[in-house]
Design a protein around this ligand. Structure first.
Ligand SMILES: *Cc1c(COP(=O)(O)O)cnc(C)c1O
Length: 372
């Protein structure tokens, strides 16, 4: 036993549940060629241009990456209409979440989040010795009234994933603007827009004006990722949009080479590959419509979605169904651990994957007697 004291706020952290590699699951369940619709990844793979860029960069791996992320920051700034000093790039957007907490949260400071929502927020706050104040969703939406009421002079950050993961709901833009106008200047509201690409246009908020016109109210930071619509989850790259002042603090706490070389070139290439991006959006939309129509007909209830995944009330225990579907080589998520006993979460796949999911679901539902 090591005798060094571990702080109580570290001891009490529940480790991230270690998912098994797909190969291990297949061995355990005796299946082959399974499909994974569990992590909201891009069903169409990665942009071929990004893959080519990675391949071209492989001869340069003995060099450190560009610590300023120069070309990637330029490309993002141009796409978003921001100035390069208002863009911070991370090893996934998880990295930016960590920078925000490192820069703004001291021991005892309060951070407000929802449950269920993205688990990373609470985790990094706990590592830092901050205090998580967590609000249950209200009808699967962020409870903005309760969050606003809980703001104190110890509140530093409010994390809102918009759309929310796992419920796929987005905040009504008008309600969000009203909420932000009431949050004081001493707080930063972080809008995690990992699924922005998939949202209906009228649900997307104007983060440029929210970030630049914050006189008399809270600051705003928007987070984006290459892990979903851009199909680069495995290489880890995301970014934040914020004022140059906030960016300056995040640069102080980040590692000098936080984004690897391959991630940088892949992300630049992916931004330029409008064809792959559009194929992803169109395929997701078509797949979502097809799946929801078919699944509703089975006697389940699909929830509306502003993302590339959706929830289904399967009318019986979700974890039992998850296990049954695993045996057919279809991997989805049970939402039981989040308090939604009869709900599963599924990511939209390719046409073939959606078809396979549908048939597995249908057979398992009948077998378990959830529907007749
Ligand atoms: C997938 C996801 C992200 C992306 O995280 P990365 O670190 O960029 O892969 C961020 N926020 C939410 C809510 C997500 O679901």
């Amino acid at each position: 036993m090591v005798k060094v004291q571990v702080p109580e706020h570290i001891k009490s952290i529940v480790p991230y549940p270690p998912g098994k590699p797909i190969e291990e699951l297949e061995r355990e369940y005796g299946v082959k060629g399974s499909i994974k619709l569990a992590s909201n990844e891009n069903a169409w793979g990665s942009s071929p241009k990004a893959i080519q860029a990675i391949s071209d960069a492989l001869t340069n791996l003995h060099r450190y990456p560009d610590g300023s992320n120069y070309y990637l920051v330029q490309a993002i700034a141009e796409k978003e209409g921001f100035s390069p000093d208002e863009v911070v790039v991370g090893n996934g957007s998880d990295d930016i979440i960590e920078f925000l907490v490192k820069a703004y949260v001291e021991s005892g400071d309060e951070v407000l989040t929802s449950h269920p929502s993205f688990l990373m927020y609470q985790k990094v706050v706990q590592v830092r010795g901050g205090v998580n104040i967590v609000f249950p969703l209200k009808g699967m939406h962020h409870d903005l009234d309760a969050i606003l009421e809980a703001v104190t002079d110890r509140t530093r950050l409010i994390f809102l994933d918009n759309p929310n993961n796992p419920t796929a709901t987005a905040i009504n833009p008008g309600e969000l603007y009203t909420f932000l106008s009431k949050v004081p200047e001493t707080v930063i509201v972080v809008l995690d827009e990992a699924y922005r690409d998939f949202m209906d246009f009228e649900m997307q908020v104007d983060v440029y004006s929210l970030i630049h016109n914050s006189k008399g109210r809270c600051g705003v930071v928007a987070l984006r990722t290459f892990s979903k619509a851009y199909g680069l989850a495995g290489i880890r790259v995301g970014y934040g949009l914020m004022t140059a002042e906030v960016a300056g603090y995040l640069h102080r706490v980040r590692q000098p080479f936080n984004v690897n070389q391959l991630a940088q070139v892949a992300a630049v290439a992916a931004l330029n590959d409008t064809e792959f991006y559009q194929k992803t959006l169109d395929g997701t939309k078509a797949g979502m419509e097809w799946l929801q129509k078919k699944v509703d007909k089975l006697g389940c209830t699909c929830y509306p979605s502003q993302t590339n995944f959706f929830l289904i009330d399967v009318k019986g225990d979700a974890t039992t169904l998850y296990e049954a579907m695993l045996h057919t080589g279809v991997i989805i998520r049970s939402m039981k651990a989040y308090g939604y006993t009869n709900v599963i979460r599924v990511t939209v796949g390719t046409t073939e994957e959606n078809y396979r999911f549908y048939h597995s679901l249908k057979n398992c539902l009948l077998e378990l007697g959830y529907v007749s």
